[in-house]
Design a protein around this ligand. Structure first.
Ligand SMILES: C[S@@+](CC[C@H](N)C(=O)[O-])C[C@H]1O[C@@H](n2cnc3c(N)ncnc32)[C@H](O)[C@@H]1O
Length: 175
């Protein structure tokens, strides 16, 4: 049975809101639910999904068969730090619930910085388990991303039962 879209992912798609022609990368797509939601919002442009799990790639391919067939969604099985991605190729990078971005050494931020096009943004979404953990998650991410040239531009908060979600918006910054 297909996995239903959680309130967290519906909210994440709304915050991401890809513009016309945007080139989107989702890191760690899991069952491919957000890929479907992003593809449905694209009037043009495309989404590349990257996940290190071949099992998840198969599940996401089945769920997004029509969009994959149309070329709107492409899938790649690889860990982000091993993936073959061109420089400056994406206007928007999204990752939901991918702990590698807030667990040291978080070298994944360097890859995101490299593949972001000028003016691009990176949305890192989480739904922390503990009440009140939002601030510390933002601080963790900010500290790990800064050495790779990404700075926190905004923090979006969503009412996504059973717990609030956050989307940390990072952009290439000074340094
Ligand atoms: C907790 S699941 C979240 C799935 C989905 N984003 C969601 O919120 O439902 C994390 C996913 O990210 C993938 N993943 C974790 N670290 C990754 C990395 N460094 N590169 C690519 N995929 C990764 C895992 O294989 C898994 O499918």
């Amino acid at each position: 049975m297909p996995v239903a879209a959680s309130t967290r992912l519906v909210w994440a798609a709304r915050v991401a809101d890809p513009g016309p022609g945007e080139r989107v990368l989702e890191v760690g797509f899991g069952h491919g639910v957000l890929l479907s939601l992003l593809a449905a919002r694209l009037t043009s442009g495309s989404v590349l999904g990257l996940d290190r799990s071949a099992t998840m790639t198969a599940a996401a391919a089945a769920r997004n068969a029509a969009a994959v067939g149309a070329g709107t969604v492409r899938l790649q099985t690889a860990a982000l730090t091993d993936a073959d991605l061109p420089d400056a190729a994406f206007d928007l990078v999204v990752a939901v619930h991918v702990g590698a971005f807030w667990r040291p050494p978080a070298a994944e931020h360097a890859v995101v910085r490299r593949v972001l096009a000028e003016g691009g943004r990176f949305l890192l979404v989480d739904q922390p388990l503990q009440q009140g953990a939002t601030r510390s998650r933002v601080d963790q991410v900010a500290g790990l991303a800064a050495p790779h040239g990404l700075t926190v531009a905004a923090v979006h908060t969503g009412a996504t039962p059973p717990r609030p979600s956050i989307a940390v918006e990072l952009r290439p910054g000074p340094g």
